[in-house]
Each structure stands twice: as structure tokens, then as C-alpha cells.
Design a protein around this ligand. Sequence first.
Ligand SMILES: [Ca+2]
Length: 575
Amino acid sequence: MNQFQIKRGAQGLGLFSAAMALVACSTLPNHSVPTLKAASGANLANCSALVDQLKLSNTKIESTTLVATGVIKLGNNAVPEHCLVKGRMHERKGSDGRDYAIGFEMRLPVAWNGRFFYQGNGGLDGAVVPALGALGGGPLTGALMQGFAVISSDAGHSGPQTPFFGSEPQARLDYGYQAVEKLTPMAKQLIQGAYGKGPDRSYIGGCSNGGRHAMVAASRLGDQYDGYLVGAPGYRLPYAALAQIWGAQKWAAIATPGATVKNPMNPNGTLPDLASAFTAPERATVSRAIAQKCDALDGVADGMVQATQACQAVFDIQKDVPTCTGERNGACLTAAQKTTIADVFGGAKTSTGQRIYANFPYDTGVAGANWATWKFIDSLIRDPLAISTIFSVPPKPLNPLQENVTERLAMYSSTNDTYLESGWSLMTPPQESKPGNMGALRARGAKMVLYHGVSDAIFSADDTRQWMERLNQENVNPGSDFARYFPVPGMNHCSAGLATDQFDLLTPLVQWVEQGIAPQAVVASVRGVGNAGGVNTELPANWSSTRTRPLCAYPSVASYKGSGSVEDAQNFSCK
Ligand SMILES: [Ca+2]
């Protein structure tokens, strides 16, 4: 595949190179699955009238506001004129005495492209993030900018309830999957009311917990969405969080005794300094050792390891990283450190050997600050909070460094008279273990595009890759005609790291769903000095500030063609 056809992304706005999708000429429309009819646009007649005009069950529209072009910007790009609709669904008094509702906002472009985008937000939700339909990395285009009508919600709880909402049975169900189920038909009716017709095509996307929302929707709401953009999916979030607790105990065992760091969630508090177990200089040493062994496997030593799978086969932390002969100096690892790092990358297991969560691939992004924050800080704060309040039946506090992970694991599948659904059930796509059941979704013509930073420290890129493998093994994805996975080498959780982390996979997804053009290579850019989407300060100084690479559909790998600048995606092909 040496020849590429350039497709303009973002409705021909020509925003920047990363918004262009490269589509291999050899990838012709595939007729074994249907291609859905392309959406056609419409114009919004009246924003202010919507507040009185819309009659939606279980829904209170609180305000409608016309937002002029350019009031909001993504990077330097003006978001076009749109109607901002704010509202709440299912207002209620919770069993904990607190007030709950599913808060949302919709942004309806005056010049609408006929499509609906459900924006899955991240973390524990709890806030109505602006419904700009932001896309991977530091986004310069978003679904709203591209003309989609976009919804965003707090998934059923707002600020003061966080994180205690998890103990309120209905709030945890809304967070898990029911908010999306309730909002989706309402949003479609609202669009119908605003434009005189419902959306021709519907998409859902997000990263992290937003990727989980999209993946759960593919399983539970397969008739509601035509395209699923699944980023760094925490689709087995409870298990990933428990793996973090297990990891924290591993790190603590080799951390500097008594060393502490500030607790970012409590100005007066401290946390054990888990990062002393694997310091920033030591992580940089491991990153360099991985590059030393694997960088050239993709055809060029350019500081980027694209051949992730080949690298796993050859990199050996025991042999390829110097073992300290004296004091630790940042350029070596002790034997105990090597054992711990190998354990953590190998994946969490119970004391009896039962696997808790996936392994993690070795990749250069281990040097990234985001990697360290997830492993050494969030494992002591964020993960214990979610496990204790949302995933366990009954809710039960935990001390991450003392917790018995085997006992906690059992609480994930428990139910009782108050919590009728287990934490595992409410968080996870029902067809996670049996992707073959997604055949109906494929047969209808829906498509899935997944992406994952290979150096994601909380949700493993290998967990996503293994899901794809199961899909393929069950023959639901012949010729990759239904789902495609784009690993992002070097990238940490949803962005950052030593990576080209700025890209638009929504445009290729729409082309696939509505034109039958399967994405093979999508150009991504680094966020170097001057990038309007926010600069990634961790990029090596010897990389161009505008370096691009194709993101390649797994299992193909971005490989150097043998000549031309290594800063330019055009000199790489997906092989
Ligand atoms: Ca390379």
C-alpha cells in the first residue's frame, strides 16, 4: 500500500494535517456488510422557541441559548453558531437523601449535518462537560465543529455527590449504563423537535470511561448507534482499578520506607511515595532500553517504536536494562525492581494465580508523567474510591496498601436487597466475554473504531487488543469489515507520552459507516511547540514540532518506506 488517496477531514475545512485521513486505494467499499445511507443536513429554525416547544417525558429543559460563531474556540478554530440546550432528566430524591438528576447539555449547530454524537465523558463523570464532541489528543476539530448535534451529560450525579453517588443504588446504575439508555431516545426526540427530523445517523464516542460508555452502548444499544468511537476503553474498569491496588502494594514493597508526597486531593495530607520505587530517571532508562531494542524494528530508528507486538517478543527487562552493581543512580535497576516491573507489566493476579486484569505491553511511553501519575498517585486515591463506593456490593472502604484483592474481587459479583445488580454487571459490556454476539450489530451495517495509547498505565492497550482478537476468533469481523483497532504507540492515557497524539478518527468512522470506506491509515500529529491544541512538553527536542505518522489498523504497523523525512507520515506505510 504505497499509494494513498488524500481525504479531507472536517468537512473540507483543511484545518491541519492531522485532520486528514489517508485511505489506502486498495481498500474498496466492502459489500459483505451494508453501507448505511449517508446523512443529509438541515438548518435549525429557532433556538429560543425550543424551551416551550419541546415536550419530552421525564425531562426538564432549563434553558436555550444561541451561541454565536467564535464564542467558543477549539485551538484557533471557531466553533460555528449553535443552540445550547441545558436540561435535566429524571429528577429525584436519592435513597441517601441527596438530590439527583441526569444533567445534560446539547449543542445543536444551526447548520446541522444530519448526525447525532453522544459524547461519553471520562473519570467518574459528575459534570456536564461542554458538548463540543472533543476528539483524541489535543483536539482541534470536534463533532460539534463538524456539524453534529452533540449531547454531554453528568451520567446521573453532580459535583457534591462525587464520589459518594456510588453508594446510591440508582446513581451507580445511571453511571454504569442507564444514563446513556435514558438520554439517547430523549436526545433523538429533541433533535426531531429542533430540526423537523431526527438524526439520519448516530454516533457515540469517548475516551477512558467515555470509551467504556461507547463500548457498553455497542453491547446494550446496538440498535441506537451506527458508529462507535471507542478510545482507551475501561471496558473492564472494576478489574483495572483492582489491578491498580494490587500494583500499589507491589510498588510499596520496594518504595523508599517512610518517604511521602503531597496528596493532590487533600492539601494537608500525604501519600506514600510509590514513585520512589521506579523514579523518573529510571523510567527514562527503561524507555531508552525499549527503544534501543525495538526502535528499528519498524524500519527506522526515529525514537518511535511502532512494531509493538514484535517488540514484546524481543524486549527482556532482565537482560536489556543494566542491573545496578552499587547504589541506584537512575541508569540501572535493582534485581527487586526488575521483578516488580515485570510483575506489573505481566498483569495483576490473585495469590492463587487467578488473573485480575490484562498484562501491559512494554512501550517507550513508560517515561511519561501521565504513566507515573496513574500508577503511583491514582492507585492510592482514585481507584480505591471507585472500588469501595461504586463497584463493591455492599460498598466498603478500603486501604489500598492493606487490601486483600481476592476478597474484594468476590464483592464485584455480589448482589443484595439494596444493590440488585453487581458492580461487574453494571460497568461492563454484557457481551465483553462473548464479542461474537455482536454479529447483529455488524449485520446492520454499524461500525466500530477503537484506539488506545500503547503506554496507557490504567487501561491496558493489550486488553483492547485481546478483545479484538476474540472478535476475530469468533469470526464476527471477517476482513476487519466491522471493527478496526488503532494502537497509538508511545501514547499514555488518551493523550500525551512520546506520541503523535492528535488525530481525528471520527471522520474516518463516518466515511466507513456511510460510504463503506474502511479506514486503514489515519494521520496523527505530535503537539509540538506552537500547537494550538496545547503543547506536549515531553516530546524529545530532536523531533520536529509537527511530526506526523500514520496510525495503522491493527495488526498492520507504520513502517518506514526507506527514504524521505522521518518527520512526515507520507514516508511511512501501514504494513
Ligand atoms: Ca522506529
